[in-house]
Structure formats: structure tokens, C-alpha cells
Ligand binder design. Sequence first.
Ligand SMILES: Nc1ncnc2c1ncn2[C@@H]1O[C@H](COP(=O)(O)OP(=O)(O)OP(=O)(O)O)[C@@H](O)[C@H]1O
Ligand SMILES: [Mg+2]
Length: 356
Amino acid sequence: VISAKLVSFFIATTICFFTVAFLSLAKSTDTTILLIGGSISFATAFILIYYTFEFLIFREINKIYDVIGKVKKKHLRDFQASAIDVKNSDNPLRSIKQEIVSYVSRKELEIDKLKKLEAYRREFVADVSHELKTPIFAAQGYILTLLDGAVDDDKVKYKFLRKAAKSLNSLDALVQDLLTLSQLESGGIIMKKDYFNMYHLALEALDQLEDKALKKQIKTEIIAPDKDLIVYADYNRIMQVMLNLISNAIKYNREAGKVTITLDNLEKTVRVTVSDTGIGISAEHIDRIFERFYRVDKSRSKKQGGTGLGLSIVKHILENHKTKIKVSSIVGEGTSFSFKLKKRKEDTEKGKEDEQ
Ligand SMILES: Nc1ncnc2c1ncn2[C@@H]1O[C@H](COP(=O)(O)OP(=O)(O)OP(=O)(O)O)[C@@H](O)[C@H]1O
Ligand SMILES: [Mg+2]
């Protein structure tokens, strides 16, 4: 415990002790002289030391503390006034040290976060440029070949034009996905929630992907014990989720495989599960498939026109619906993705009444 008064008291007492001891050595000194000498030396030493400490050292320390306080308030809006009150503290030096240490560690955390974000941004820019390059180069190649003379050959002409158009379509799809993702991340997309029938949405999604499934002779099925499943969500966004999940289930399936959509009527929610009989995802990849641009098998996914953005969009849309996506998979057997959507209030109440 250090305070100006305490320190001054101890030093003044020591000086007083030595003064009295020194005076007592002289033969002519009596008790009165010793008392007066002792008192004067104590009082002078105490006053001088106390003022030196209080005004030169502690005042300066308090100034430093005020500066730290101001810096903290300026930089950390969520800063809560420190419990340590330097001015009234027993040991201002220790308090200052604690303040500085806590401030520095907070700043270090902030810097670490910024560094991670910066690395993420750099990686993202590299990924985007890489992904954009592929379709642009392909379309450019076809068009240049046409200009170089292939345009005169009727057979080749249409083939190359079709290929160039396909590359430009995938470029368009990529840019659309990127825009959606960045809007979802920045909170720029507001979910337009409404009531709709989840069974009908699943039917419509399967219908849209029917051609893709037929090409691989994949059978599709919806298992829903209850067809009147009204959920509260953004229809178009949930459609986007379903199209992504079903097209993955088709893309990463075997020939003549199966895609099943199961709709479970739970107490307050409807659980949607999309499962396939495909190649599966191994444990080392399963946690990463929701990252942007992440593909388990890059060459295979690319051949099928994948950019690795589908599942990150799915994840963001579902997060915006305050729900999470779960995945389970067995390599070589298949994968299933599931999520829950809130049901209509009356239905959950009706469900409760039925139970009673
Ligand atoms: N049903 C599935 N079975 C096996 N692997 C899957 C399945 N769904 C996704 N994956 C793996 O996860 C990766 C990421 O999927 P995601 O949908 O994000 O990207 P993509 O399908 O490659 O491209 P995109 O959806 O943008 O066209 C895929 O590349 C694939 O390796
Ligand atoms: Mg996909």
C-alpha cells in the first residue's frame, strides 16, 4: 500500500529517529531539546516529502491516468469505466500499470482481428479474380478464333458461339452469386417473410431441376406425411436454398441415384431435409464446405460449373432466418442437409391443442 502520506510518515519518522539519536550523543542535550529537535525534524521532513510526492509524482501520475482515460473513451465506445480509481487508489502506480496492460491487450485483440480480416480480404480478391478469369478467357478464346476465320465455317461458327455464350452465362451466374453474397453479408438484403406452403415450394424446386435429374437418371421423391405445411419465411430466398441443395444433391450423386426431400412436421417448426445417394463428403472437408469458394474436388466441381459459392449463400440465407443448416454424410453412401423453418403461429397453437 503506497500513498503519499504513508511514505512521508515513514521517511520522516526515520529522519526524526536519526536526528534524536545524533542529538542524544551531545552531553549538553536534555529531553526538551531532544523533543524539540525530534518534532522539528519530523515536521519538516514530513511536509517536504509529502508535498514532493503529492505534487510532483502523484499529480503527474494522475495526469497520465487522465490521458489514458481520454484515449480509451475516444477509441472504445463500449469502454466501461474502469473499476480502478487511480486517484483514490492505495497504489496508483499499480493501477496505472493494470490500466495500461488491459488497454494494450484490448488493442492487441483488435489488431489481430483486423489482420485476419485483411488476410481474408486479400484471399477473397485473389479467389474472385481467379474465378472470373476462367469464363472470361474461355469466351475470349472462342471469339478470337471466330475472328481469326472460324466464322466462315458454318459448322464451327455455331458451336463456338454457343460455347462463348455458355462461358458468359457462367460468368453472369458467378457475378450474381457474388453480389447476393456480399449483400447478404453486409445485411443489405431484407428478408421478405410471408406465409407459404413448404410442400408446394419443394415440389416447384424439384420441377425446376427435373431436366438436370433426368440427364443423370436420378429419381426424386418428397416424403411429407402432412402436405399442409405453412411456414413463415422469405419464399424466394428459401427457393434459392432448395435449388442450391437439390442441384448439389444431383451434381454430386451417382448415375441413377436418388434425391429425397423429407418434410417433418415438428412442434413449432418444419424440418426440411435434402438427402442424396452420392459421393458423400469426408470429415476433413465437412466443416469447410460452407466457406466461400470451397470445393472438395476442384476439378470435378468446376467441370459441373460449380464455383463453391452455393452453400455459403445457403448458410447466410438461413442465418438471416435465425436458423442453422446441419449436414451429415457418409463417404460413398450419401449426404443430407437439413434445416428448420418456423411454422404459422395458429398451426403451432392448433398442434398444441391437438396434443392436449
Ligand atoms: N450433396 C453433396 N454431396 C457431396 N458433396 C457435396 C454436396 N454438396 C456440396 N458438396 C461439396 O461441397 C462443395 C461446396 O458446395 P457449393 O454448393 O458451395 O459449391 P459448388 O456446388 O461447387 O458450386 P456452386 O453451388 O456455386 O455452383 C462442392 O464443391 C462439393 O465438393
Ligand atoms: Mg452448389
